[in-house]
Design a protein around this ligand. Structure first.
Ligand SMILES: [Zn+2]
Length: 631
């Protein structure tokens, strides 16, 4: 990896011999995307046209993609695209005058993280063209890291297969050969053929009234980065939530989804009041099977979400607020490279909390702020110091691993800090102008910082200096004057946990009725580390933590169960690890089990049994953790 990095630099700027030392510090370019092979300074893609057959039997997509490209540098004769595990059957170049020419192509060396570059030579007659179309006939492989192919038994209905994509961070290249970097924005259209009884949806103009029939057409007229191109096919149906909003799910989950996400239309309307116009037309949700690896994925016009949000009491819908808020931060204004991810996630976490305050109440949002702050403090104990900056040096490793509370919670806290300093009204004005100024663009942290400095820091003198902002962005840990989230209800449950552990309160005096799930989570996390096993068992019997249907309470409880080696609850813990597939819910439980000093083997056994139902990304992450725990 270091070697390839070296070659890129060599080609670009250096004449002297290329050695590891030569690239160590000074050559790092924060604006460069180290996780794409694409030569985007020479060619850029403007539109992507997909023509695909969804083949469940082969677990593959087959067909073609046509990339409308623009030449930025006339000297360049070779286009480099990102791919992973794709078979290319042929490449042609079509010119504006109607000529279509075959093009030579070859794969470069495979990289475990970034995949395999595809080099396409422009035919002589195409070398002076400003624009041309590149058509690649290709098929995906069952190993595609973006696509999950679920057999009927892993769906809610159990009768039809289902497939879905997860392109973020760098997995679009495993189902489309293209320039797979957030620095390039494209519009797209698609024709998708499926088994006749199934429905296809994409991150595009889904029509809720589309008749089933096995052939579907899509159009995404707004330019988006490649990681937001998304597809799902299955026995899915639509139900409206509001005028502009609705939900797609398997019929078995449709009613509960409609109940759970009933506030979506209001969220959208409130979001427009807070952040400016919603630029994407409809906003729908797609509820996927449990193996969906994340809480939600902000695919434009159609957020993909985990069924673990279906708690029956709308208590976990901050994830919907989060995905919706991405329609502004992330989808409208996009991080230029994965190193700038905090611009997407920190900003969105902040907007999410603002939205939740309007729809629900401040008490609930304060609880959520405290919980994410606690998670951040825990992470700051383990994340290497050089990765604790919001925008650290990031030219190595895996963008999927480069995601966490630093970007989400520290980023959110930074924006909260700015709001506190300048006042909500002034800060809101700044945010609206930011979305307006950079809409449908990708920007790097430095661009944000300059804009912040210009429009806010210098306008409102002596409140926050550029140096203070830079400390948040480039330094580890938290500044001394960072906001400290507090919640009176969480303080009360914490006190109760301590009092009960110290024998000052009886179990019969504790009732979780009326508690939010967040309060229960905090109560569990506040139990002292040295609590005896029989006391833990009494608590579980009285308050029913092991039997909870709330995925977040279950997560917190089973982390504790695993950390403490509380074997009496292992059966239910195992059931939980089989029921859920979302990484956030299961990964830390496995990790706690693998590192408690006695249950690594058990963790491996449970994983072996459950892994077939997990998404490849989740499976890989847990597998790696279990391997490392064994060393
Ligand atoms: Zn997000």
């Amino acid at each position: 990896m270091r070697r390839q990095y070296c070659l890129i630099l060599f080609a670009a700027i250096i004449l002297s011999a290329c050695s590891d030392d030569a690239v160590e510090e000074d050559a790092y370019d924060p604006a460069h995307d180290y996780f794409s092979f694409a030569n985007t300074k020479q060619f850029t893609t403007e539109h992507v046209a997909l023509d695909l057959v969804v083949d469940f039997e082969a677990e593959a997509l087959r067909g073609s993609v046509t990339l409308n490209m623009r030449t930025l540098n006339q000297v360049a004769t070779e286009i480099v695209l990102d791919t992973r595990d794709l078979t290319i059957h042929g490449v042609r170049v079509a010119l504006a005058n109607g000529d279509s020419l075959p093009a030579d192509y070859r794969f470069g060396d495979r990289d475990d993280v970034r995949g395999t570059p595809l080099y396409v030579s422009l035919p002589d007659d195409a070398r002076t063209a400003d624009t041309f179309r590149l058509k690649l006939d290709y098929s995906t492989s069952p190993e595609s890291t973006a696509l999950q192919w679920l057999p009927p038994e892993l769906t809610a209905g159990g009768k039809h297969p289902l497939m879905f994509s997860q392109s973020q961070s760098i997995h679009a290249r495993s189902w489309i050969p293209l320039q797979d970097t957030p620095a390039v924005r494209v519009t797209y259209d698609a024709r998708v053929k499926t088994p006749a009884e199934l429905l296809a949806v994409m991150s595009a103009d889904n029509d809720p009234l589309t008749p089933r029939g096995g052939e579907y057409r899509f159009e995404m007229p707004q330019p988006i980065p490649s990681y937001l191109i998304a597809i799902a096919v299955g026995n899915i149906f639509f139900a409206p939530l509001g005028e502009q909003t609705g939900v797609y799910a398997e019929p078995e989950l449709l009613d509960s989804s409609v109940f759970e996400f009933a506030d979506t239309q209001e969220m959208l309307e409130q979001a427009e009041k807070l952040f400016g116009p919603y630029e994407w037309g409809r906003y729908d949700l797609l509820v996927l099977p449990p193996s969906f690896p994340y809480g939600g994925m902000e695919n434009p016009r159609l957020s993909f979400v985990t069924p673990s949000l279906l708690a029956g009491d709308r208590s976990l819908v901050s994830v919907i607020a989060h995905e919706l808020a991405h329609s502004w931060s992330g989808n409208l204004v996009t991080n230029a490279t994965w190193r700038d991810q905090w611009l997407n996630e920190g900003m969105t976490s902040y907007l999410e909390s603002r939205l939740m305050e309007v729809i629900y109440d401040k008490g609930r949002v304060d609880e959520e702020r405290v919980l994410s702050y606690r998670e951040l403090l825990l992470d700051l104990e383990t994340v290497p110091v050089e990765m604790q900056a919001l925008a650290p040096r990031f030219d190595n490793g895996d963008p999927d691993e480069f995601q966490g509370t630093i970007h989400y919670s520290k980023g959110q806290l930074f924006l909260q800090y700015l709001e506190n300093a300048f006042g909500r009204e002034t800060f809101d004005r700044f945010l609206s102008s930011y979305f307006d100024e950079f809409g449908f663009q990708t920007i790097a942290t430095e661009r944000f910082l300059d804009y912040l400095d210009d429009k806010l820091l210098q306008q409102e003198t002596s409140k926050v200096s550029r140096l203070q902002a830079e400390q948040w962005i480039y330094q580890p840990g938290l500044p001394e004057d960072a906001p400290l989230p507090t919640s009176s209800t969480l303080d009360a449950t914490e006190a109760l946990a301590t009092d009960w552990a110290n024998g000052k309160t009886e179990l019969s005096d504790i009732s979780t009725d009326g508690w939010s799930p967040q309060a229960t989570v905090h109560f569990i996390n506040s139990l002292p580390a040295d609590l005896a096993g029989d006391r833990l068992q009494q608590l579980d019997e009285a308050l029913g933590f092991s039997a909870t249907q709330n995925a977040e309470i279950g997560r917190t409880w089973f982390i504790q169960v695993a950390e403490r080696g509380h074997a009496l609850a292992y059966e239910q813990m195992e059931a939980y690890l089989n029921r859920h597939g979302r990484g956030r819910l299961i990964y830390p439980v496995y990790l706690a089990l693998a590192t408690n000093g006695s249950d690594l083997e058990r963790a491996r056994e449970i994983f072996e049994q459950a892994r077939a139902a997990y998404h490849p990304l989740t499976e890989a992450k847990i597998s790696r953790a279990l391997e490392e725990s064994g060393r």
